[in-house]
Design a protein around this ligand. Sequence first.
Ligand code: COA
Length: 307
Amino acid sequence: MGARFIGWGTAVPERVVTNDELSLTLDTSDAWITERTGIRERRIGGTAKSLGVLAARDALNDAGVGPEDIDFLILATTTPDRITPSTATLIAHELGLQCPAMDLNAACSGFMYAVRTAYGLLETGNKRVLVIGAENLSRWVDWTDRNMAVLLADGAGATVLEYDPTENDLLAFVLGAEGADADLLTCEHEGYFQMDGKEVFRRAVRVVVDSAQKALDMAGITSDDLSLIIPHQANIRIIQAACQRLNVEMERAVVVLDRYGNTSSASIPLAFADARQNDRVQKGDYALLTGFGAGMTWASAVVRWSR
Ligand code: COA
């Protein structure tokens, strides 16, 4: 059994919000945000549906397939447009898909949870699955709360996964969830995101390193074999700490959080797109894709690009 990534796409809102702009209304500064998080600016605007549609169209074009070629749509999102119907059904309609469509919420691990689910669908008879990660986190931010406002942002990324009996991009997955940690990062109905930042930081490093190491072992490789790490983009210091523990130099990590902030389910495909644009994705190379988020949830995958 094999599954290959055959196309990728992204979408971000046009509106750029810099750290200096946030500093006009919040007790914060560009120096603090840059030093403590690595974020310099972020994009704000759109909805999970509008951004998801744009990223999906981009991915379909990149894959050279049409709506009729997609068997299943999974939208990873923490911020659906409505409680019901699922935003995935709205996106499917807009794209002209004639297939099952569903939302999946695993917070910032959502994209990798969706890729894992897509793999299972391909294993059991589906030919092509469209996976989207799309977020409108800004809607659920209290813009007077500097703790969250400096971190979260909007964006979307998408990929098309195709069944292939001869080649396989997805070598190993390690996913997990620990609901005992649910209160560390929450957003109630009609509420705002709230977080114990320090504790999330500590646990994030732990679960990323642990799941990454297990995924490398399952794939039968070591971190020396990795050309790239494509991590969830939450805080540069989390990425640095995880890379250090995994013995991977920062040059091999893809970082886009300086431009996009934390876009939850969208951050891994946004980072992938950046790596590809900069010629960092080569056929035959190994990469580690790894995310963590509210739940807590985590997901690491070892990938070997077949194209
Ligand atoms: N601007 C300016 N100062 C701020 C600030 C802000 N936005 N937020 C906090 N501070 C202040 C604090 O009040 C504190 O001041 P004090 O020393 O006078 O008490 C100081 O900066 C240090 O705060 P602290 O909370 O210790 O900072 P930190 O280094 O832990 O960084 C986070 C805070 C949130 C950036 C960091 O903990 C983090 O990134 N955590 C993980 C978050 C995450 O990844 N979430 C998403 C999961 S998917």
